[in-house]
Ligand binder design. Sequence first.
Ligand SMILES: Cc1ncc(COP(=O)(O)O)c(C=O)c1O
Length: 426
Amino acid sequence: MTVWRTSPNLALDEWVNRRRAEGASIVHLGFGESRLPVFAPLVEHLMAGAGANAYGPVAGTLAAREAVAGYFTRRRLPTHADQVVLAPGSKPILSAIQHVVPGDCLLPVPCWNSYAPQVRLAGGTPIGVPIPSECGGVPAPAALREAIRSARARGLDPRILVLTLPDNPTGTLAPPVLVRELCTIAEEADLLIVSDEIYRDVVHDPATELLSPAEVAPHRTVVTAGLSKSLALGGWRIGVGRFPDDARGAEIRAGVVGVASEVWSNLAAPMQEVARYAYTDPPEIRERLAASARLHGAVARAVHTIVVGAGARCRPPTGAFYVYPDFEPAREALAMVGVTDARSLQRRLLDEFAVAVLAGDALGDDPRALRCKISTSMLYGDTPEQQEQALACADPVRLAHVAELLARIEDTFTRLCVARRPAAVR
Ligand SMILES: Cc1ncc(COP(=O)(O)O)c(C=O)c1O
Protein backbone atom coordinates (compact mmCIF):
# COMPACT_ATOMS: atom_id res chain seq x y z
CA MET A 1 0.00 0.00 0.00
CA THR A 2 1.29 3.47 -0.83
CA VAL A 3 1.14 5.70 2.22
CA TRP A 4 0.27 9.34 1.59
CA ARG A 5 1.06 11.57 4.53
CA THR A 6 -1.15 14.49 5.53
CA SER A 7 -0.02 17.61 3.71
CA PRO A 8 2.55 19.41 5.93
CA ASN A 9 0.61 22.68 6.17
CA LEU A 10 -2.64 20.96 7.17
CA ALA A 11 -0.80 18.69 9.61
CA LEU A 12 0.92 21.69 11.22
CA ASP A 13 -2.37 23.58 11.48
CA GLU A 14 -4.08 20.65 13.19
CA TRP A 15 -1.15 20.24 15.57
CA VAL A 16 -1.12 23.94 16.50
CA ASN A 17 -4.88 23.91 17.06
CA ARG A 18 -4.60 20.84 19.30
CA ARG A 19 -1.80 22.46 21.33
CA ARG A 20 -3.77 25.68 21.64
CA ALA A 21 -6.82 23.75 22.83
CA GLU A 22 -4.55 22.36 25.57
CA GLY A 23 -3.66 25.92 26.59
CA ALA A 24 -0.42 26.59 24.68
CA SER A 25 0.16 30.15 23.49
CA ILE A 26 1.49 29.71 19.96
CA VAL A 27 1.89 32.42 17.33
CA HIS A 28 0.56 30.62 14.27
CA LEU A 29 2.44 31.68 11.16
CA GLY A 30 2.31 28.22 9.64
CA PHE A 31 -0.92 28.07 7.69
CA GLY A 32 -2.33 30.07 4.77
CA GLU A 33 -5.76 30.78 6.11
CA SER A 34 -7.34 34.21 6.03
CA ARG A 35 -8.51 34.54 9.62
CA LEU A 36 -11.36 36.97 9.08
CA PRO A 37 -15.07 36.54 9.84
CA VAL A 38 -17.54 35.47 7.18
CA PHE A 39 -18.96 38.57 5.48
CA ALA A 40 -22.63 38.74 6.60
CA PRO A 41 -24.28 38.83 3.12
CA LEU A 42 -22.52 35.56 2.29
CA VAL A 43 -24.26 33.92 5.25
CA GLU A 44 -27.61 35.19 3.98
CA HIS A 45 -26.97 33.62 0.59
CA LEU A 46 -25.85 30.37 2.16
CA MET A 47 -29.12 30.27 4.08
CA ALA A 48 -31.06 31.10 0.94
CA GLY A 49 -29.39 28.11 -0.73
CA ALA A 50 -29.83 25.74 2.22
CA GLY A 51 -32.98 24.18 0.77
CA ALA A 52 -31.08 23.02 -2.32
CA ASN A 53 -30.47 19.35 -1.56
CA ALA A 54 -30.32 17.79 -5.01
CA TYR A 55 -26.88 16.83 -6.31
CA GLY A 56 -27.20 19.03 -9.39
CA PRO A 57 -24.89 19.27 -12.41
CA VAL A 58 -21.29 18.09 -11.93
CA ALA A 59 -19.74 21.28 -13.37
CA GLY A 60 -21.98 23.56 -11.30
CA THR A 61 -25.37 25.19 -11.83
CA LEU A 62 -25.80 27.36 -14.90
CA ALA A 63 -26.46 30.40 -12.68
CA ALA A 64 -23.21 29.91 -10.78
CA ARG A 65 -21.21 29.21 -13.95
CA GLU A 66 -22.65 32.33 -15.61
CA ALA A 67 -21.66 34.41 -12.59
CA VAL A 68 -18.11 33.02 -12.69
CA ALA A 69 -17.95 33.67 -16.44
CA GLY A 70 -18.98 37.29 -15.76
CA TYR A 71 -16.30 37.61 -13.07
CA PHE A 72 -13.54 36.56 -15.47
CA THR A 73 -14.98 38.59 -18.35
CA ARG A 74 -14.83 41.75 -16.22
CA ARG A 75 -11.17 40.94 -15.60
CA ARG A 76 -10.09 40.98 -19.24
CA LEU A 77 -10.74 37.25 -19.71
CA PRO A 78 -13.85 36.92 -21.89
CA THR A 79 -15.53 33.71 -20.71
CA HIS A 80 -18.79 31.90 -21.27
CA ALA A 81 -20.45 29.54 -18.80
CA ASP A 82 -19.45 26.42 -20.76
CA GLN A 83 -15.79 27.11 -20.00
CA VAL A 84 -16.34 27.06 -16.22
CA VAL A 85 -16.30 24.31 -13.61
CA LEU A 86 -17.09 24.81 -9.91
CA ALA A 87 -15.72 22.40 -7.32
CA PRO A 88 -15.22 22.01 -3.56
CA GLY A 89 -12.08 24.18 -3.62
CA SER A 90 -9.62 24.78 -6.43
CA LYS A 91 -7.44 21.97 -5.05
CA PRO A 92 -9.50 19.14 -6.58
CA ILE A 93 -9.55 20.94 -9.93
CA LEU A 94 -5.75 21.32 -9.85
CA SER A 95 -5.46 17.64 -9.02
CA ALA A 96 -7.93 16.55 -11.70
CA ILE A 97 -5.97 18.44 -14.38
CA GLN A 98 -2.93 16.33 -13.50
CA HIS A 99 -4.98 13.18 -14.09
CA VAL A 100 -6.45 14.41 -17.36
CA VAL A 101 -3.34 15.85 -19.04
CA PRO A 102 -0.63 13.23 -19.55
CA GLY A 103 3.06 13.91 -19.00
CA ASP A 104 5.25 15.49 -16.36
CA CYS A 105 4.88 18.84 -14.67
CA LEU A 106 7.16 21.87 -14.28
CA LEU A 107 6.84 23.64 -10.94
CA PRO A 108 8.45 26.77 -9.54
CA VAL A 109 10.72 26.13 -6.54
CA PRO A 110 9.60 26.91 -3.92
CA CYS A 111 5.88 26.47 -4.50
CA TRP A 112 2.66 25.56 -2.72
CA ASN A 113 3.17 22.19 -1.05
CA SER A 114 0.32 20.30 -2.75
CA TYR A 115 1.36 20.65 -6.39
CA ALA A 116 4.14 18.05 -6.30
CA PRO A 117 2.12 15.37 -4.43
CA GLN A 118 -0.77 15.96 -6.84
CA VAL A 119 1.57 15.34 -9.80
CA ARG A 120 2.82 12.13 -8.15
CA LEU A 121 -0.71 10.99 -7.31
CA ALA A 122 -1.48 11.21 -11.01
CA GLY A 123 1.62 9.18 -11.89
CA GLY A 124 3.70 12.10 -13.21
CA THR A 125 7.06 13.48 -12.16
CA PRO A 126 7.34 16.98 -10.70
CA ILE A 127 10.23 18.93 -12.24
CA GLY A 128 11.32 21.79 -9.98
CA VAL A 129 12.67 24.99 -11.52
CA PRO A 130 14.14 27.81 -9.39
CA ILE A 131 12.31 31.14 -9.21
CA PRO A 132 13.96 34.45 -10.11
CA SER A 133 15.48 36.62 -7.38
CA GLU A 134 12.83 39.33 -7.72
CA CYS A 135 9.64 37.28 -7.37
CA GLY A 136 8.18 33.82 -6.96
CA GLY A 137 5.30 31.80 -8.37
CA VAL A 138 7.08 31.44 -11.70
CA PRO A 139 10.31 29.77 -12.83
CA ALA A 140 13.22 31.94 -13.98
CA PRO A 141 12.98 31.83 -17.81
CA ALA A 142 16.54 30.64 -18.51
CA ALA A 143 16.23 27.97 -15.83
CA LEU A 144 12.91 26.87 -17.32
CA ARG A 145 14.43 26.41 -20.77
CA GLU A 146 17.26 24.40 -19.27
CA ALA A 147 14.88 22.31 -17.12
CA ILE A 148 12.79 21.38 -20.15
CA ARG A 149 15.90 20.44 -22.12
CA SER A 150 17.43 18.34 -19.36
CA ALA A 151 14.12 16.70 -18.42
CA ARG A 152 13.64 15.58 -22.01
CA ALA A 153 17.23 14.33 -22.11
CA ARG A 154 16.41 12.20 -19.04
CA GLY A 155 13.39 10.73 -20.79
CA LEU A 156 10.77 12.80 -19.00
CA ASP A 157 7.93 14.43 -20.88
CA PRO A 158 7.18 17.91 -19.44
CA ARG A 159 3.69 18.90 -20.59
CA ILE A 160 2.32 21.17 -17.85
CA LEU A 161 3.73 24.38 -16.37
CA VAL A 162 2.17 25.61 -13.11
CA LEU A 163 2.35 29.32 -12.30
CA THR A 164 1.01 30.92 -9.12
CA LEU A 165 -0.14 34.52 -9.49
CA PRO A 166 0.23 36.02 -6.88
CA ASP A 167 2.40 33.49 -5.18
CA ASN A 168 2.29 31.29 -2.16
CA PRO A 169 4.92 31.11 -0.52
CA THR A 170 6.79 34.29 -1.50
CA GLY A 171 3.83 36.69 -1.39
CA THR A 172 4.95 38.27 -4.65
CA LEU A 173 3.38 38.79 -8.05
CA ALA A 174 5.32 38.10 -11.25
CA PRO A 175 5.34 41.21 -13.48
CA PRO A 176 3.66 41.16 -16.91
CA VAL A 177 6.98 41.11 -18.76
CA LEU A 178 7.93 37.86 -17.08
CA VAL A 179 4.51 36.31 -17.65
CA ARG A 180 4.83 37.11 -21.37
CA GLU A 181 8.28 35.55 -21.54
CA LEU A 182 7.06 32.37 -19.85
CA CYS A 183 4.10 32.18 -22.22
CA THR A 184 6.53 32.33 -25.14
CA ILE A 185 8.50 29.41 -23.69
CA ALA A 186 5.26 27.48 -23.10
CA GLU A 187 4.38 28.11 -26.74
CA GLU A 188 7.78 26.90 -27.98
CA ALA A 189 7.74 23.80 -25.77
CA ASP A 190 4.01 23.12 -26.28
CA LEU A 191 3.16 23.22 -22.57
CA LEU A 192 -0.25 23.59 -20.99
CA ILE A 193 -0.10 26.46 -18.49
CA VAL A 194 -2.04 26.03 -15.27
CA SER A 195 -2.35 29.50 -13.83
CA ASP A 196 -3.26 29.21 -10.16
CA GLU A 197 -4.93 32.55 -9.43
CA ILE A 198 -6.44 31.70 -6.05
CA TYR A 199 -4.88 34.96 -4.75
CA ARG A 200 -5.81 37.12 -7.75
CA ASP A 201 -8.07 39.34 -5.62
CA VAL A 202 -5.38 39.65 -2.94
CA VAL A 203 -3.03 42.02 -4.75
CA HIS A 204 -2.07 44.59 -2.12
CA ASP A 205 -1.90 47.70 -4.27
CA PRO A 206 -4.88 48.10 -6.62
CA ALA A 207 -2.57 49.87 -9.10
CA THR A 208 -0.46 46.72 -9.57
CA GLU A 209 -1.25 44.97 -12.85
CA LEU A 210 -1.94 41.24 -12.72
CA LEU A 211 -1.44 39.84 -16.21
CA SER A 212 -2.92 36.37 -16.48
CA PRO A 213 -1.20 33.96 -18.88
CA ALA A 214 -4.75 33.32 -20.14
CA GLU A 215 -4.63 36.85 -21.66
CA VAL A 216 -1.37 36.11 -23.45
CA ALA A 217 -1.75 32.45 -24.33
CA PRO A 218 -5.52 31.86 -24.11
CA HIS A 219 -5.50 28.53 -25.93
CA ARG A 220 -2.98 26.88 -23.64
CA THR A 221 -3.97 28.28 -20.23
CA VAL A 222 -6.31 26.88 -17.61
CA VAL A 223 -7.02 29.28 -14.75
CA THR A 224 -8.00 28.10 -11.28
CA ALA A 225 -9.30 30.39 -8.55
CA GLY A 226 -11.79 30.44 -5.69
CA LEU A 227 -13.13 32.26 -2.67
CA SER A 228 -11.01 30.58 0.03
CA LYS A 229 -8.44 33.33 0.29
CA SER A 230 -10.02 36.55 -0.99
CA LEU A 231 -13.23 36.18 1.06
CA ALA A 232 -11.80 34.08 3.88
CA LEU A 233 -13.99 31.08 2.98
CA GLY A 234 -11.45 28.25 3.06
CA GLY A 235 -13.80 25.97 4.98
CA TRP A 236 -16.69 26.60 2.60
CA ARG A 237 -14.64 25.04 -0.22
CA ILE A 238 -15.64 27.10 -3.25
CA GLY A 239 -13.22 26.73 -6.17
CA VAL A 240 -13.48 27.42 -9.87
CA GLY A 241 -11.69 26.46 -13.07
CA ARG A 242 -11.72 28.35 -16.37
CA PHE A 243 -10.77 26.35 -19.46
CA PRO A 244 -9.67 27.56 -22.92
CA ASP A 245 -12.40 28.38 -25.40
CA ASP A 246 -11.45 25.81 -28.04
CA ALA A 247 -11.61 22.09 -28.75
CA ARG A 248 -8.62 21.20 -26.55
CA GLY A 249 -9.94 23.35 -23.70
CA ALA A 250 -13.31 21.64 -23.99
CA GLU A 251 -11.58 18.25 -23.97
CA ILE A 252 -9.58 19.04 -20.82
CA ARG A 253 -12.65 20.46 -19.14
CA ALA A 254 -14.67 17.36 -20.06
CA GLY A 255 -11.90 15.23 -18.52
CA VAL A 256 -11.96 17.28 -15.31
CA VAL A 257 -15.75 16.98 -15.16
CA GLY A 258 -15.34 13.23 -15.69
CA VAL A 259 -12.89 12.99 -12.76
CA ALA A 260 -15.23 15.16 -10.68
CA SER A 261 -18.17 12.89 -11.45
CA GLU A 262 -16.25 9.91 -10.08
CA VAL A 263 -14.60 11.61 -7.11
CA TRP A 264 -16.57 14.55 -5.66
CA SER A 265 -19.76 14.81 -7.81
CA ASN A 266 -20.13 18.59 -7.46
CA LEU A 267 -19.74 21.68 -5.30
CA ALA A 268 -22.24 21.49 -2.40
CA ALA A 269 -25.52 22.89 -3.72
CA PRO A 270 -25.96 25.68 -1.11
CA MET A 271 -22.42 26.86 -1.90
CA GLN A 272 -23.40 27.31 -5.52
CA GLU A 273 -25.79 30.03 -4.42
CA VAL A 274 -22.97 31.67 -2.44
CA ALA A 275 -20.71 31.48 -5.50
CA ARG A 276 -23.43 32.85 -7.77
CA TYR A 277 -23.83 35.86 -5.49
CA ALA A 278 -20.13 36.55 -4.82
CA TYR A 279 -19.04 36.15 -8.44
CA THR A 280 -21.50 38.76 -9.67
CA ASP A 281 -19.17 41.29 -7.96
CA PRO A 282 -21.80 43.39 -6.16
CA PRO A 283 -20.37 46.63 -4.69
CA GLU A 284 -20.33 45.32 -1.10
CA ILE A 285 -18.23 42.30 -2.18
CA ARG A 286 -15.83 44.54 -4.07
CA GLU A 287 -15.43 46.69 -0.97
CA ARG A 288 -14.85 43.64 1.19
CA LEU A 289 -12.21 42.33 -1.24
CA ALA A 290 -10.44 45.70 -1.31
CA ALA A 291 -10.45 46.07 2.49
CA SER A 292 -9.16 42.51 2.94
CA ALA A 293 -6.35 43.00 0.40
CA ARG A 294 -5.36 46.26 2.16
CA LEU A 295 -5.19 44.53 5.53
CA HIS A 296 -3.26 41.52 4.19
CA GLY A 297 -0.77 43.90 2.58
CA ALA A 298 -0.26 46.07 5.66
CA VAL A 299 0.44 43.13 7.96
CA ALA A 300 2.61 41.24 5.43
CA ARG A 301 4.74 44.39 4.95
CA ALA A 302 5.10 44.78 8.72
CA VAL A 303 6.34 41.19 9.07
CA HIS A 304 8.66 41.71 6.10
CA THR A 305 10.17 44.74 7.86
CA ILE A 306 10.70 42.60 10.97
CA VAL A 307 12.51 39.72 9.26
CA VAL A 308 14.68 42.05 7.20
CA GLY A 309 15.47 43.98 10.40
CA ALA A 310 16.58 40.69 11.96
CA GLY A 311 19.03 40.17 9.10
CA ALA A 312 17.11 37.97 6.64
CA ARG A 313 16.94 38.47 2.90
CA CYS A 314 13.34 38.60 1.79
CA ARG A 315 11.39 39.64 -1.31
CA PRO A 316 8.98 42.47 -0.44
CA PRO A 317 5.41 41.13 -0.45
CA THR A 318 2.97 42.51 -3.02
CA GLY A 319 0.18 39.91 -2.98
CA ALA A 320 -1.39 37.06 -0.99
CA PHE A 321 -0.40 36.88 2.71
CA TYR A 322 3.06 35.40 3.01
CA VAL A 323 6.70 36.32 3.35
CA TYR A 324 9.50 33.91 2.60
CA PRO A 325 12.65 34.97 4.44
CA ASP A 326 16.08 33.53 3.84
CA PHE A 327 18.19 33.57 7.01
CA GLU A 328 21.41 32.71 5.20
CA PRO A 329 23.06 36.01 6.29
CA ALA A 330 22.51 34.88 9.89
CA ARG A 331 23.81 31.33 9.34
CA GLU A 332 26.72 31.68 11.76
CA ALA A 333 24.60 33.06 14.58
CA LEU A 334 21.96 30.40 13.98
CA ALA A 335 24.50 27.58 13.93
CA MET A 336 25.40 28.52 17.50
CA VAL A 337 21.97 27.31 18.59
CA GLY A 338 21.90 24.28 16.33
CA VAL A 339 19.93 25.83 13.50
CA THR A 340 21.61 24.61 10.35
CA ASP A 341 18.77 23.89 7.91
CA ALA A 342 15.11 24.54 7.21
CA ARG A 343 13.81 21.86 9.59
CA SER A 344 15.96 22.92 12.54
CA LEU A 345 14.90 26.53 11.90
CA GLN A 346 11.22 25.51 12.07
CA ARG A 347 11.86 23.39 15.18
CA ARG A 348 13.81 26.09 17.03
CA LEU A 349 11.13 28.72 16.37
CA LEU A 350 8.51 26.37 17.74
CA ASP A 351 10.44 24.96 20.70
CA GLU A 352 12.08 28.14 21.98
CA PHE A 353 9.63 30.85 20.92
CA ALA A 354 6.32 29.02 20.34
CA VAL A 355 6.18 30.47 16.83
CA ALA A 356 4.93 28.11 14.09
CA VAL A 357 6.27 28.51 10.54
CA LEU A 358 6.58 26.08 7.64
CA ALA A 359 10.08 24.88 6.71
CA GLY A 360 11.10 25.73 3.14
CA ASP A 361 11.78 22.11 2.20
CA ALA A 362 8.06 21.38 2.63
CA LEU A 363 7.68 23.66 -0.40
CA GLY A 364 10.23 21.82 -2.51
CA ASP A 365 13.09 24.11 -1.51
CA ASP A 366 16.65 23.01 -0.68
CA PRO A 367 16.44 21.44 2.82
CA ARG A 368 19.84 22.94 3.72
CA ALA A 369 18.65 26.49 3.06
CA LEU A 370 17.57 28.57 6.06
CA ARG A 371 14.25 29.48 4.53
CA CYS A 372 10.72 29.21 5.85
CA LYS A 373 7.27 30.35 4.93
CA ILE A 374 5.57 32.84 7.21
CA SER A 375 1.81 33.20 6.77
CA THR A 376 0.69 36.60 7.98
CA SER A 377 -3.07 36.18 7.69
CA MET A 378 -3.82 34.93 11.18
CA LEU A 379 -2.57 37.97 13.06
CA TYR A 380 -5.79 39.98 12.99
CA GLY A 381 -7.15 39.00 16.39
CA ASP A 382 -8.77 36.12 18.24
CA THR A 383 -12.36 37.30 18.05
CA PRO A 384 -14.54 38.27 15.07
CA GLU A 385 -14.85 41.75 16.63
CA GLN A 386 -11.08 42.23 16.69
CA GLN A 387 -10.79 40.91 13.14
CA GLU A 388 -13.50 43.26 11.85
CA GLN A 389 -11.76 46.11 13.66
CA ALA A 390 -8.51 45.24 11.85
CA LEU A 391 -10.37 45.20 8.53
CA ALA A 392 -11.90 48.61 9.13
CA CYS A 393 -8.77 50.26 10.50
CA ALA A 394 -6.72 52.60 8.29
CA ASP A 395 -3.53 51.58 10.09
CA PRO A 396 -4.16 48.05 11.39
CA VAL A 397 -0.59 47.36 12.49
CA ARG A 398 -1.06 50.01 15.20
CA LEU A 399 -4.13 48.32 16.67
CA ALA A 400 -3.17 47.08 20.13
CA HIS A 401 -3.99 43.41 19.50
CA VAL A 402 -2.17 43.32 16.14
CA ALA A 403 0.79 45.37 17.41
CA GLU A 404 1.17 43.00 20.35
CA LEU A 405 1.56 39.98 18.08
CA LEU A 406 3.93 41.85 15.77
CA ALA A 407 6.02 42.81 18.81
CA ARG A 408 6.21 39.14 19.81
CA ILE A 409 7.31 38.20 16.29
CA GLU A 410 9.92 40.97 16.27
CA ASP A 411 11.23 39.87 19.64
CA THR A 412 11.43 36.27 18.38
CA PHE A 413 13.44 36.97 15.26
CA THR A 414 15.64 39.51 17.01
CA ARG A 415 16.47 37.06 19.76
CA LEU A 416 16.96 34.23 17.28
CA CYS A 417 19.30 36.04 14.89
CA VAL A 418 20.69 39.20 16.39
CA ALA A 419 20.99 38.92 20.13
CA ARG A 420 23.43 36.00 19.98
CA ARG A 421 25.79 37.65 17.55
CA PRO A 422 29.07 38.86 19.07
CA ALA A 423 28.50 42.48 20.22
CA ALA A 424 31.02 43.77 17.65
CA VAL A 425 28.86 42.72 14.71
CA ARG A 426 25.41 43.41 16.15
C1 LIG B 1 -1.35 28.46 -4.15
C2 LIG B 1 -2.59 27.75 -3.70
N1 LIG B 1 -3.33 27.12 -4.61
C3 LIG B 1 -4.44 26.46 -4.27
C4 LIG B 1 -4.86 26.42 -2.96
C5 LIG B 1 -6.10 25.63 -2.66
O1 LIG B 1 -7.14 26.43 -2.26
P1 LIG B 1 -8.64 25.92 -2.22
O2 LIG B 1 -8.67 24.44 -2.48
O3 LIG B 1 -9.13 26.29 -0.89
O4 LIG B 1 -9.34 26.66 -3.36
C6 LIG B 1 -4.12 27.06 -1.97
C7 LIG B 1 -4.50 26.97 -0.55
O5 LIG B 1 -3.70 27.07 0.34
C8 LIG B 1 -2.97 27.77 -2.36
O6 LIG B 1 -2.21 28.43 -1.47
